[in-house]
Design a protein around this ligand. Sequence first.
Ligand SMILES: C[S@@+](CC[C@H](N)C(=O)[O-])C[C@H]1O[C@@H](n2cnc3c(N)ncnc32)[C@H](O)[C@@H]1O
Length: 392
Amino acid sequence: MEETLVDRIRAEIGERGPISFARFMERALTEPGLGYYMGPRARAGREGDFITAPEMHGILGSALARLIAHTWERLDRPEPFRYPEYGAGSGALVCAIVDQLVRDASPLLEALEIQPIEINANRREELTAALRDRALRRPMNIVPVDATPIAGVVVANEYLDALPFHIFVGRAATAHGLAERRVGVNAHGALEWVEAPLNESEAERVRQRFGAPLAEGQRAEACFAADAWPRELTQRISHGLAVVIDYGREGAELRDPTIRAAGTALAYQGHRATDNLLADPGGRDLTAHVDLTALRAAATASGLTPIASTSQAALIAGAGLDDEIERIRRGPEATLEGAIALRSALARLMNPRSLGGFAVELFGLGSAEHVSRLSDASNPLPGAAAPIRPLV
Ligand SMILES: C[S@@+](CC[C@H](N)C(=O)[O-])C[C@H]1O[C@@H](n2cnc3c(N)ncnc32)[C@H](O)[C@@H]1O
């Protein structure tokens, strides 16, 4: 019989003892051939397990196209201009951006080069094919991940929430008032939660991240993998903008025991969420809210400058899309289906309790001069103003 992912995880636990949830998650999502994100099946989309804004409608891509074009202008139109996208999937977002630049007859199209950073080879092929299918004046240049950094705009939509995280629990009786929730195997061979004490340096790292102690029994996640990510961005672009869109909250809010005693980690399958994180590894998405306070701290430590903290609803509302919305509703090619699709997408994308409440964090990269051009408070980039804060 073929070896399953659970067999492999069990074998690792047999050799090493209980593993961190981060290690379990890494294998569950990205184990070659078996991980949730590694197969031929598309995970995001109506047919998949969850729907993302770009899979729902092109309007987010339209907003980003305007933001990226303005960034390019403010940096004096560098050529080429790079668009690295983390977790680019099958290209719904980049295609919506390119389509909007085409409609705008933007000269940026001639300068743009695309750098998909996507772990799944099937998705990368779909993205390449989707860009190839567009009737552009010149084929879009797709560059490899190790290309030398140049000016550009990096985007990560629903990427950081999928990076492996550790889970901790408040335990007053332990030396540091904390234990780590690790993954072990019970007497029947099933995966189970095991609480393990922390050594001094682990405890210090968690204390620094959490600030305040956890209440007894309170669970909270820490994504240390995301700490290294801002530095990686400096290898993607030399100067420009990074745009992070994700479900996230300030660290203190994520660890408020009155509202989040069980943490935010969830598993998704078939558009249903469950907190049973250990069942069916490889068959479910695993995710937790992004800690925006930790993200900003890691970004600042890597030389990035936080420029704006806003929401997806505010980004779309502030991107100057009246003409695009008018075109979809009443333009020469308008259809009833198109108008209805836009309306139903906006109902979710503008709702602060739904996708509209997703956090949008903008960071400047490069010299102080570059960053100041992108962070002028009297003339904010489109969509970077009104910080309508998420309500949930
Ligand atoms: C939640 S999906 C979001 C996809 C897309 N950004 C969207 O909004 O529809 C996460 C994406 O990140 C990719 N991914 C997950 N882990 C990754 C990693 N370590 N490196 C690169 N891509 C990764 C997955 O294959 C998937 O396409």
